[in-house]
Ligand binder design. Sequence first.
Ligand SMILES: Nc1ncnc2c1ncn2[C@@H]1O[C@H](COP(=O)(O)OP(=O)(O)OP(=O)(O)O)[C@@H](O)[C@H]1O
Ligand SMILES: [Mg+2]
Length: 339
Amino acid sequence: MSEIRLQHVTKRFGDIVAVDKVSIDVKEGEFVVLLGPSGAGKTTTLRLIAGLERPDEGEIFIDGEAATHTHPADRDVAFIFQQYSLYPHLTVFGNLAFPLRSPRRRLSEAQVSARVQEVAQMLHMESKLGNMATHLSGGEMQRVAIGRALVRQPKVFLMDEPLSSLDAKLREELRIELKRLHRTIGATIIYVTHDQVEATTLADRIGILEHGRIVQMGTPREVYGNPASLSAAQRLGSPPINLLPAALFDSTALPEGTSTVAIRPEDIVLHAPDAHDGLNLRVLEYSPLRHLLILDREGTAIVATTMTERNFAPGQTVGASLPPRSLLYFRSDGRRIPA
Ligand SMILES: Nc1ncnc2c1ncn2[C@@H]1O[C@H](COP(=O)(O)OP(=O)(O)OP(=O)(O)O)[C@@H](O)[C@H]1O
Ligand SMILES: [Mg+2]
């Protein structure tokens, strides 16, 4: 049984279609990441699942049961926001205990305390339980926010860019911890981010969202290697995929309707100049630390990555091949053309 199912869910705000006939199936224990540009409808999708918004069309099922019209409190879903939203007048303990003290739960203080200790241990926050929430670092605050969701043991966690307000180091630490937590508790998680490192390291599957639509849903490897559209191809990869105008190629070698040819930087094969079937390209820039080479192809910059450190000097000519099996072809509207 799938834990969360959205069927043709649409949400409009006036004339804006924030979420457009989205269908998603998230399995129990799965970690799904929604990736997409600002305004794509990521937050709205999470809010619809949480019950904070009502869909105009479509159905939402949680754990096999129709949830489209149920109250947020009855959905057993925890929502973690980008900005830590702790109770500033409470200690860490008080913040973690808060959801457990709701009258609906009918837990004894001893049970509350035991559960808080357990979660504090998971998050390495035992020594901070007595701190006021305001006397914590940003990373600690976000840990507590995650902890407040964990204590409730909800069916589903919805996380909206939970790490984006943290600095790079903390972000990485908490990202690794989240992955570990997911493995330990086996929770179902839907996670929204702009960050492709988070997306590719955390996700079992990535959903690419654009203009309110899911343009592709697949494992990180599938989306990276076999992108459904030009925008999906651009969403993953650092340095990003090279986009070359069809005019740079012999038109008889391209599928009909090709407007853009794309190739990943690591798929470009470098060799000595004047090789059979290779191109001679001028080096614009070389970064030995990142093994990054920028080449000039008739005024279009092409980024290539090299496996080994070599000495490339700007102005030098190198040979490069773009193997046909590594080329991706797209129409002018961004749709992929099968090779
Ligand atoms: N309450 C609202 N009233 C009117 N329009 C809204 C409302 N909430 C969202 N929208 C619009 O719906 C669209 C999707 O917004 P949403 O917040 O879901 O995007 P997002 O993908 O989360 O973007 P971001 O990455 O910037 O957080 C946007 O055009 C936004 O302006
Ligand atoms: Mg958002």
